[in-house]
Design a protein around this ligand. Structure first.
Ligand code: CUA
Length: 338
């Protein structure tokens, strides 16, 4: 290739790459750079730390790359002979002190900031007289999130909480399951859901509405479907919901609330939302739905199928009320089809 042609193609490639790099943040939405707007004090602190560290990172990037480009232009060969020796420089105490001290100062600043802010991210605020503190157990399993409230109410994939009150989450996973990760970006950082281990996190939602998140640990074939939402309600509405859900469970009338959530969250992701079969086999019209004992056995023990994906024992830790709610829903929705 002739030199001018090679030069031109280099410039074109450079321009295209530059345009792609410049455009990608805009295409990613949220400028592709900023974290989501935090709506809980701990999420706010995480965002502060992000910007603090980003400031230094940009300073280093601009400083180093700026000097690099300046030196390339300023000290390029020009018309000097290829074998001409440059000036021989032996050390510069001032320069060496600077490039040692500046990084030390940056690292100390970052460490100090993070250690000062860490308790505000990690520690659950204690309950005070003005506001209570809601305790919820979060259990991640392939491929749904189960929430258990203090009064026994259970919900799947959709966590309801009162506005402005600290919510303490105990995050875990059943013994037979795999590791998942709880993450609602606007309401705090990630926390792993590890089989047999209790991890803790919290948030205090500062506005009404629905926040979404996703499992942040690759956990299996339907990992991408392991989504969850947090709905922030006024205190009285939340209390009504919690009481009603618990009452429905104990009175056997949770078919269209908890039962449906169990179907959509625990079963439908593998068996298809219409029971048509997806990763798991077809459910619609299956005789097992009519046989309460067989269904309970299947949910409690799962099923090994040689050469095919096994069904996990999704209902092993479920209460009888939970099993009943799902059984009633399945029977109603799919029992008569064939
Ligand atoms: Cu659970 Cu990914």
């Amino acid at each position: 290739m002739h030199a001018p042609v090679r030069k031109l193609s280099l410039v074109v490639v450079g321009a295209v790459l530059g345009a792609l790099i410049a455009a990608s943040p805009a295409l990613a939405g949220n400028a592709g750079f900023a974290p989501v707007t935090p709506d809980s004090p701990n999420a706010h602190t995480i965002t502060d730390a992000y910007w603090f560290i980003t400031g230094f990172a940009l300073f280093v990037l601009v400083g180093v790359e700026g000097l690099l480009v300046t030196f390339i232009v300023r000290y390029r060969r020009r018309n000097r002979a290829r074998d001409a020796e440059g000036p021989q420089i032996h050390g510069s105490t001032r320069l060496e002190n600077m490039w040692t001290l500046i990084p030390v100062v940056i690292l100390v600043a970052v460490a100090a900031f993070v250690f000062v802010k860490l308790p505000g991210i990690k520690n659950v605020p204690s309950a005070n007289a003005a506001a209570g503190r809601l305790e919820v157990t979060v259990s991640g399993q392939q491929f749904s999130w189960q929430f258990t409230y203090p009064n026994g109410a259970v919900a799947i994939d959709h966590l309801r909480v009162p506005l402005g009150e600290p919510v303490h989450l105990t995050v875990t996973a059943p013994n037979w399951d795999v590791i998942h990760s709880w993450w609602i970006p606007a309401l705090g950082g990630k926390i792993d859901a590890i089989p047999g281990r209790l991890n803790h996190t919290w948030f205090t939602a500062r506005k009404l509405g629905t926040f979404s998140g996703r499992c942040a640990e690759l956990c299996g074939v339907q990992h991408a479907a392991m989504l969850m939402t947090v709905e922030v309600l006024p205190r009285d509405q939340f209390e009504q919901w919690e009481a009603r859900r618990a009452q429905q469970q104990t009175s056997g009338t949770a078919r269209d609330t908890l039962g449906e959530e169990e179907w959509t969250g625990s079963c439908g992701k593998c068996h298809g939302l219409a029971g048509q079969g997806l990763y798991g086999p077809r459910i619609a019209g299956s005789g097992t739905l009519q046989d309460e004992t067989a269904l309970t056995k299947l949910l409690r023990n799962g099923l090994e199928r040689p050469g095919r994906p096994a069904m996990p024992p999704v209902g092993r830790e479920w209460s009888q009320d939970q099993l009943d709610a799902l059984g009633a829903y399945l029977k109603e929705r799919f029992g008569s089809q064939s």
